[in-house]
Design a protein around this ligand. Structure first.
Ligand code: PLP
Length: 390
């Protein structure tokens, strides 16, 4: 098989050809400022309104509840800062131990600057300890932020149920839905979620465009201050081409949801079950039931994830490992550590994340190439030899 086999779609996705086509005229022909008074700018403004409505439709939201941002990280920061600044007397934040750094690093920073932070733990399957979460709610709590789906394991959290309980206490609920949107159906029309973050580049729109859903009536303070764009809620001249691409991608996500949850899921299941069958001492990280349809994180015990990735790369296969390079040493990710995945397994964890563009032929190719890669590395692994002797 020639070329690249891309199963790293939780890292980023290919821009859909339909999205690129929709965007191109807005770089060259229709470059007006959507806030301008003239017809030339105004025509871009109406395309931005159309994109807002398309994103709203994907989420079951109202167009005026959609704010365009620059990325998922900006949406997360805006949401959390909005809640803490709109409720200055409240000095407690609740989140989970497995959030993306976009939330984790911000709340850790707030934790060092006058806030008390509760990090809700997860169990061995990555499921949230809901009892601890509910017990931690107090009149001091400014915001609860729980991701909809985990980027490493694909585990899906019951955010709608959590939001209802949190809202009933009059507390703001935010969800980082960067990995969930476009992969599983989301309908905010009758949910209690106050704020939701998403990122264009995870659903076949370009990098550099994000969305913050802000439920009508939620107390809010803008993060970026300046011009009156986005109804005064997010200043800065609109990234018009990318906004229009985001709208088209939202429309495509509605159309491909069925494919994602049937064909893509079947490919993921095939990849997972065949690898577990063919590679001894391998196991899945994450909740086997509540999981994104496109993601599997598989631990190949006693080998190093980075070494696996290098050998996969020689076959053109792109995936991610469950390690993060911290101060020059490879540490298992905070997510796998929070789940209590043993070191020998966490180190050899590989995340495969599929998209609608993957084919069965590609999955068969990966299934064929992985067992000899793991076998070869285990021959060189003193830990594997030791485990075999034990
Ligand atoms: N949240 C989650 C769960 C993610 O997976 C990511 C990106 O990987 C982000 C937030 C950050 O999104 P962005 O890269 O658009 O800033």
């Amino acid at each position: 098989m020639n070329g690249t086999i891309y199963v790293d779609n939780n890292a980023t996705t290919r821009v859909a050809p339909e999205v690129l086509e929709a965007m191109l005229p807005y770089f060259s022909d229709f470059y007006g400022n959507p806030s301008s008074m003239h017809t030339f700018g105004g025509s871009v403004g109406s395309k931005v309104r159309e994109a807002r409505a398309q994103v709203a439709r994907l989420l079951g939201a109202l167009p005026e509840e959609i704010l365009f941002t620059s990325c998922g990280t900006e949406s997360d920061s805006t949401a959390i800062y909005a809640a803490v600044r709109a409720n200055p007397e409240k000095k407690h934040i609740i989140t989970t131990r497995v959030e993306h750094p976009a939330v984790k690093n911000l709340v850790e920073h707030l934790g060092k600057n006058g806030y008390r932070v509760t990090f809700v733990p997860v169990d061995r399957n990555g499921r949230l300890d809901l009892e601890t979460l509910y017990r931690s709610l107090s009149d001091e709590t400014a915001i609860v932020s729980v991701m909809w789906a985990n980027n490493e394991t694909g585990t899906v959290f019951p955010v709608e149920e959590i939001a209802r309980k949190v809202n009933a206490r009059g507390i703001v609920f935010h969800t980082d839905a960067v990995q969930a949107v476009g992969k599983i159906p989301i309908n905010l029309a009758d949910s209690a979620i106050n704020m939701l973050s998403l990122s264009g580049h995870k659903l076949h729109a370009p990098k550099g465009i994000g969305v913050l859903y802000l439920r009508k009536g939620t107390k809010y303070a803008p993060f970026l201050m300046g011009g009156h764009q986005e109804g005064g809620r997010r200043a800065g001249t609109e990234n018009t081409a990318s906004i229009i691409g985001m709208g088209r991608a939202a429309q495509l996500a509605i159309d491909s949801m069925q494919d994602e949850n049937t064909r893509v899921k079947a490919l993921r299941d095939k990849l997972e079950s065949e690898l577990l069958k063919r590679v001894p001492a391998s196991m899945v990280n994450g909740d086997p039931e509540n999981r994104l349809p496109n993601t599997t994180s598989i631990a190949f015990e006693y080998v190093e994830g980075e070494a696996i990735l290098l050998l996969m790369d020689q076959h053109g296969i792109c995936a991610s490992s469950g390690s993060a390079c911290t101060s020059g040493s490879l540490e298992p990710s905070h997510v796998l550590r929070a789940m209590g995945v043993p070191f020998t397994a966490a180190h050899g964890s590989i995340r495969y994340s599929l998209s609608i563009y993957n084919t069965e032929e590609e999955i068969d190719f990966i299934i064929e190439k992985m067992p000899p890669i793991i076998e070869r590395l285990r021959q060189m692994s003193p830990f594997w030899q030791q485990a075999q002797r034990a």
